[in-house]
Design a protein around this ligand. Structure first.
Ligand code: NAD
Length: 469
């Protein structure tokens, strides 16, 4: 498969795609070693994963080189590598604690029976990840699954695959880990085969693909842990600190060129501060520059995926056709073959426009007025998605009260996209944004276990006569 470079638009890399037979072979090999890995104990697995973190650390520059070509961004690539190393260490630090089961105990309702609880990992986990944070989202489920004692087949996105070789080298340097952790290269067909040959699937990506995977997993009678798209709202109350609020909304909405699932994509602002809010936002956007030439600096990176760029343009056109006003940006620019877009503030928007209902995944910040808090909540919840949201107010209690009314799994208060930085708070994706179990916090680890109960009778079992009338 030819792979596009997001800064030049050139197809300058070839991904050697795994065949179905290859994938089956890797699955079989990983399965064959999984029980030994499970029996090796959490302490051993923790040591292995800590060594994996060291291997990544020693290959940081090589990973950076590839990841920054994959995504067209340098600073974020460095942050992403550090985040992955931090994630591995954090999971290693807590795995033992989260595996502790209660002591053997008598049953409450049948005192003669003693209960021993066990945690049995799913043998083979399939992880399938998207292109927007390619390394972090590839590792985020694979690491806790490995620590739990599962083997893992990991298929990163075909849009951003250059970093895979280096990660594979790091895995191969650790023979025991290498037996149970296999990378798969390819696109939808490879992903489908991962779903076909594993025992649980962790999928991060679009709702459409998530739905197809959920259907296939239902047919196979295996769980699908889905982390999908979002259309995150922010509510800005009249008493919000506008300086802080505009900073946070700009970073969330246009940082990483808006290519994050938890980017703010709908802003509802109290009528009395709406104009000041928009003015300040535009004032902060005006001096921002593309970093199409690294030497000249600039805060704004390219759009990674050309197909996504077309969707963004369509949504903006739809909004304009229906009466919206674009106050900044608004068009995709081709600079040296890469696709670039300035943060785009749009007003006069309504929920009849796709820009307010469908995921945009670009640096677009539509702003709408509200007159009552009730209205703000109603509009924030008028969506098929429920990933995350933000509330801004100088009255924390008030903000918390509103946050509780929003149908989403993670709500940042007086900040935005905190779910991107905080890995230890459990949260579910609501509505179409996902399914089953929190990926973050303790449950992001414990969901890889099935619970087994050993029920030990300490007295004589009952007989058929105990049921005589
Ligand atoms: P996508 O659904 O197109 O692809 C994601 C992955 O699935 C890729 O690896 C792809 O090769 C694979 N795939 C495609 N079709 C498949 C199939 N039929 N069976 C199995 N695998 C298949 O998504 P994308 O464009 O790569 O990523 C963008 C989406 O990801 C956005 O919707 C974004 O919101 C979402 N996302 C969600 C989170 C989250 O945590 N909720 C995080 C990041 C991105």
């Amino acid at each position: 498969m030819k792979v596009r470079n997001p800064r030049t638009g050139k197809y300058d890399y070839v991904l050697h795609v795994d065949t179905i037979e290859n994938i089956n072979q890797k699955a079989e090999n990983a399965r064959a070693h999984q029980l030994d890995w499970q029996k090796s104990g959490v302490e051993f697995r923790t040591q292995q994963l800590m060594q994996f973190a060291e291997q990544l650390e020693s290959r940081k520059e090589a990973i950076f080189e590839q990841l920054s070509i994959d995504t067209g961004r340098r600073k974020i690539s460095r942050i992403e590598i550090e985040a992955v190393i931090g994630l591995i260490k954090g999971r290693c630090f807590t795995a033992q604690k989260h595996m502790q089961t209660s002591e053997e105990r008598p049953s409450f309702n049948l005192q003669s029976v003693r209960i021993r609880q066990q945690l049995i990992p799913y043998p083979l986990v399939g992880a399938i990840s998207p292109w927007n944070f390619p390394l972090l989202l590839a590792c985020i489920d694979a690491i806790p699954a490995l620590l739990a004692g599962s083997a893992v087949l990991l298929k990163p996105s075909e849009v951003t695959p250059r970093f895979i070789d280096i990660i594979e080298q790091a895995i191969e340097s650790l023979p025991e880990l290498n037996k149970v952790f296999k990378l798969i290269r390819g696109a939808a067909e490879a992903g489908k085969q991962v779903v076909n040959c594993t025992d649980v699937v962790c999928f991060t990506g679009s709702v459409a693909t998530g739905r197809a995977i959920a259907v296939r997993c239902a047919e196979r009678f295996i769980p699908a842990f889905l982390e999908l798209g979002g259309k995150d709202p922010a509510i800005v109350l009249a008493d919000a600190d506008l300086e802080i609020t505009t900073d946070a909304i700009l970073l969330s909405g246009a940082g990483a060129t808006g290519q994050a699932c938890q980017s703010l994509e709908r802003i509802y602002v109290a009528e009395e501060i709406h104009d000041d809010f928009v003015d300040l936002l535009l004032k902060k956007i005006n001096p921002l520059e593309f970093n199409n030439d690294y030497d000249k600096g600039g805060q704004l990176g390219p759009l990674i995926f050309d197909k996504q760029a077309m969707k963004i343009q369509e949504q903006i056109q739809d909004a304009k056709d229906k009466g919206a006003t674009v106050l900044s940006g608004g068009k995709i620019e081709n600079l040296g073959g890469g696709l670039w877009m300035k943060p785009t503030v749009i007003v006069d928007v309504t929920h009849d426009m796709t820009i307010m209902t469908e995921e945009t995944f670009g640096p677009v910040i539509p702003v709408m007025k509200f007159t009552s808090e009730l209205d703000a909540i109603k509009m924030a919840n008028d969506t098929d998605y429920g990933l995350s949201a933000s509330v801004f107010s100088s009255n924390n209690d008030k903000a918390i009260q509103l946050a509780q009314e929003i149908d989403a799994g993670g709500i940042s208060i007086n900040d935005a996209s905190l779910t991107n930085k905080v890995f230890d708070a459990e949260k579910n994706a609501f509505k179409l944004s996902g399914l089953y179990g929190s990926r973050m916090g303790a449950e992001g680890f414990t969901r890889f276990f099935r619970k087994k109960a050993l029920l030990i009778q300490t007295e004589k079992p009952g007989t058929i006569h105990s049921q005589s009338e």
